[in-house]
Write a protein that binds this ligand. Structure first.
Ligand code: UGA
Length: 441
């Protein structure tokens, strides 16, 4: 099939490469010429494990091409996937103007019947809005082609995007006609035949809601376990063992119960707000989601409190921050709790030193005021305390002895619960985790 993917971000680029792997003829289009330029040079413009290899394979085969000209990219497509950004607006809802712009562009350039598929995370009823745009533009421009709208939400995680796309837990699509449903069946025919993943076929608003409900539910799990961690801190219990004990119940399951500094990234914070906003718009106060957000922000405050309880005044203290990315496996800093923390420390007058195994370049670009060091050891040397803010494997391997030898004061705030409290305490460190056994003055 001839597929065009509009927007070559994390979702768009990985999806485009996967469609090509499944045998389709794919064009990746973006109005950011610099990104297309980089892709034409054979490289993804962001860090994502395994993506360069997959891209090399499909670009070499000629099944994935990149274009910066919308007319060339859209005129011959049978299916167009919308993978543009939906950044948050000040009021909590997402900015859907980029999505609307794609709707207008397909009408302007389409020279055959096509299916426009939302992959960007959008509130329920965006499909209806898009249909209206398409209808009006088609009348205005006299485009008589059949252009329908479908929803096909994406569930990939950054850092595991290639594996998640090639072996998804499920494929969900919502359509409003047999024609559209059959086109999407064809798009995913190879995946479903090879991988056997379940497919949920439904209508457009239901598919849209599945995405928001999934992300909001995962964020709720994280905030729930973080609230439990707060109780654990106060009663001397260990949240990791609580999560393990809960996770054996098959109705609960073990995943997404990792307590720590809370969730960040371009999806959960935005989607929790957007879902609450949509609920309010349709007359329902989804108070649970407000609480999910509050608990998440509270985790960051609690790390600051742990530091203050140890160091008293933060001003003038040297503090190592291990990690900048919002999670391991990515150089994405959007809504990163680690960056938030580094900035709070910076504002409090601390001499912050940030290390990250892959995100330092992005950090230099986006947060140039934050001092960076190029190794974890350099961050630790002579620091009064260290905060582990991103759970990279590299940091898990740091031994209690290394902390003892390199830090000026033996204070370790393990905001991602990556270390063994017993070993840390036995080495005489002032070790604080999130909801685990800690030592205090
Ligand atoms: C998330 C969802 O997991 C994907 O299914 C979805 O497709 C994606 O959003 C999206 O909407 O595009 P992602 O933001 O890449 O994926 O990252 P996650 O792996 O879900 O982690 C999100 C945040 O939660 C990270 O900051 C991570 O550190 C934190 N987290 C995750 C926890 O604090 N505890 C956990 O147990 C799990």
């Amino acid at each position: 099939m001839k597929i065009t993917v509009v927007g070559v971000g994390h979702v768009g680029l990985v999806s485009a490469a996967a469609f090509a792997r499944w045998g389709h003829d794919v064009v990746g289009y973006d109005d950011d010429g610099a990104k297309i330029e980089k892709l034409l040079g054979g490289q993804a413009w962001f860090y994502e494990p395994d993506l360069d290899d997959l891209m090399a394979e499909v670009v070499e085969s000629g099944r994935l091409r990149f274009m910066a000209d919308p007319r060339a990219a859209l005129c011959d497509a049978e299916v167009v996937f919308v993978c543009v950004g939906t950044p948050p607006l000040p009021g909590g809802g997402p900015n859907l103007s980029y999505v609307e712009a794609v709707g207008r562009a397909v009408v302007e350039y389409a020279q055959r019947d096509l299916l426009l598929v939302e992959k960007s995370t959008v509130p329920a009823n965006t499909g209806k809005r898009l249909e209206q745009v398409i209808q009006r533009e088609s009348t205005r421009l006299g485009n008589g082609n059949r252009i329908e709208v479908a929803s096909n939400p994406e569930f990939l995680r950054e850092g595991a995007a290639v594996a998640d796309t090639l072996h998804p837990d499920r494929v969900v699509y919502g359509t409003s006609s047999d024609w559209a449903r059959d086109l999407l069946r064809e798009v995913y025919a190879t995946l479903v035949a090879e991988d056997g993943c379940p497919v949920v076929e439904t209508d457009v608003p239901t598919a849209e809601l599945i995405k928001h409900a999934s992300n909001a539910f995962l964020a709720t799990r994280i905030s729930f376990i973080n609230a439990v961690a707060q109780i654990c801190d106060r009663v001397g219990a260990d949240v990791e063992v609580v999560a393990e004990g809960m996770g054996h119940d098959v109705r609960i399951g073990p995943r997404f119960l990792q307590a720590g500094l809370g969730y960040g990234g371009s999806c959960f914070p935005k989607d929790v707000d957007a879902f609450a906003h949509l609920a309010a718009q349709v007359g329902y106060d989804f108070a649970l989601l407000h609480e999910v957000r509050e608990i998440n922000v509270g985790q960051r405050r609690s790390v600051m409190e742990k530091l203050e309880s140890e160091l008293w005044n933060l001003s003038g203290k040297t503090i190592a921050v291990l990690g900048a990315a919002f999670k391991p496996g990515t150089d994405d800093l959007r809504e990163s709790p680690a960056v938030y923390l580094a900035n709070e420390l910076f504002k409090a007058g601390a001499d912050v030193r940030v290390h990250d195994p892959v995100a330092l370049e992005v950090l230099a670009r986006e947060q140039p005021h934050l001092p960076r060091v190029d190794s974890a050891d350099a961050a630790l040397d002579g620091a009064h305390a260290v905060v582990v803010a991103t759970d990279w494997d590299e940091y898990k391997a740091i031994s209690p002895e290394t902390y003892r030898e390199r830090l000026a004061y033996p204070i370790v705030i393990d905001a991602r619960n990556i270390h063994d409290p017993g070993a840390m305490l036995a080495a005489g460190l002032h070790y604080h985790a999130m909801g685990r056994r800690s030592v205090t003055w």
